[in-house]
Design a protein around this ligand. Structure first.
Ligand SMILES: Cc1cc2nc3c(=O)[nH]c(=O)nc-3n(C[C@H](O)[C@H](O)[C@H](O)COP(=O)(O)O)c2cc1C
Length: 376
């Protein structure tokens, strides 16, 4: 237990909790007892080959009272990997490891989906140059990547995917989705946010293509539509979800709130809105913006909202999102990272453990499985 995790606490306001955060909701095939969803959180506690560890079994099972757990961004294949000790869904060993996690969460009464992630040009790995990373265009992330030995190196330049390789990318997502269901997950969330491969296609700043996957908003949305449809075909639309971060700048990718961006997400929605997906999940610093709420309207199905990285989500903010009808459920990251029993703490207006950023990505259980539960 780190000192900050044990001793630093934050007192939440003492207003009565809004009933709606603690009321059930159905997201496709998923029946949630409350609307507090654990946001996907990369923690780099898997084994070196990407097999989930026992630490992860305990971590996720401890958080089973969340309405839904979305397990961290998980790679689909060798070349889609982004981080050391990131878990995968590429091999039978990965599936067997995840099976331990999903069994433990279910035994504890919880529900768990997994985020399917292709990093594209973002590869924070020592051998990024050798792995042949791919992206819509041969444009590296600006600046440097930090390696585990503390040194830094410029980001590797990706290879632009050929048009006839797109089917292969789509298949990687669909295959990983099937393996996720084999591993016992209740569904999958496609990672279309935070500057990784799919958003690299959506954003004009990272997509300079002139084929059917670049140029117009509809062309830039095409790959995300194809991936979403293929995953829905593979495992059922009612257990397929998509996460987006429209208008956000991340991993060197710039997207601003502009007519072009709104048109891109409208084109994306035109391709997926009729599928009957379990939910659409949006991460945004501006959840009440017309860009975000327009996407929600176009989608028309269950909408999970998350307020973005700047400030840690508070109970008051989560309640406001529901009271002001900005979403149907709220995704919560760092508060659940530091409080396995967050649902109870919020419901009872109890003190919270404070998340310790120094241990977000470090190996071992410190700052991972040692945040205490309430004792009484
Ligand atoms: C340590 C850490 C890891 C994260 N990993 C992921 C991830 O794997 N996939 C993803 O979509 N977002 C990821 N995020 C973003 C969170 O899901 C969430 O959007 C963000 O933390 C803001 O919510 P909060 O204020 O409730 O923490 C991560 C954030 C943190 C702090």
């Amino acid at each position: 237990m780190t000192e900050s995790a044990t001793t630093a606490t934050t007192v939440v306001d003492d207003a009565a909790p809004a009933a709606s955060l603690f009321s059930p909701i159905t997201l496709g095939r998923l029946e949630l007892p409350n609307r507090i969803v654990m946001a996907p959180l990369t923690r780099r506690r898997a084994h070196a080959d990407g097999t989930p560890s026992d630490l992860m079994v305990r971590h996720y099972a401890d958080r089973a009272t969340a309405g839904l757990i979305i397990a961290e961004g998980t790679f689909l294949s060798h070349r889609s990997r982004t981080y050391l000790n990131q878990p995968g869904l590429a091999t039978d060993e990965h599936v067997a490891g995840w099976r331990q996690v999903t069994d433990a969460v279910h035994a504890a009464g919880g529900r768990i989906t997994v985020q399917l992630m292709h990093g594209g040009r973002v590869a924070m790995l020592p051998d990024a140059e050798e792995r042949g990373i791919v992206a819509p265009s041969a444009l590296p992330v600006g600046g440097e990547r930090r390696l585990p030995d503390g040194t830094t190196r410029p980001h590797a330049t990706p290879r632009a995917l050929a048009t006839d390789e797109m089917g292969g990318v789509v298949a990687e997502f669909a295959d990983a989705a099937r393996r996720a269901i084999d591993a016992g997950f209740d569904g999958v969330e496609i990672h279309g946010a935070n500057g990784y491969l799919l958003q690299q296609f959506l954003a004009a700043s990272t997509n300079h293509r002139d084929d059917a996957y670049g140029g117009s908003p509809a062309n830039r949305a095409r790959l995300v539509v194809e991936v979403t449809r293929a995953v829905a075909d593979a495992v059922g639309a009612d257990r397929t979800a998509l996460r987006l971060s429209p208008g956000e700048t991340r991993q060197g990718l710039e997207e601003h709130d502009s007519p072009d961006v709104a048109a891109t997400y409208a084109a994306l929605n035109a391709g997926i809105a009729g599928l009957g997906l379990a939910y659409l999940h949006v991460l945004s610093f501006h959840p009440d913006s017309e860009l975000v709420q327009g996407i929600r309207r176009d989608f028309g199905g269950p909408f999970v909202i998350n307020s973005g990285f700047e400030e840690v989500t508070t109970r008051a903010e989560a309640e406001r999102f529901l009271v002001e009808d900005l979403g149907d459920a709220v995704a919560v990251g760092r508060p659940l990272l530091a409080n396995p029993d967050l649902v109870r703490r919020w419901r009872e207006g109890r003190e919270l453990n404070t998340p310790d950023p120094a241990t977000f990505y470090t190996p071992g259980e410190v700052g991972y499985n040692d945040y205490p539960f309430l004792e009484d």
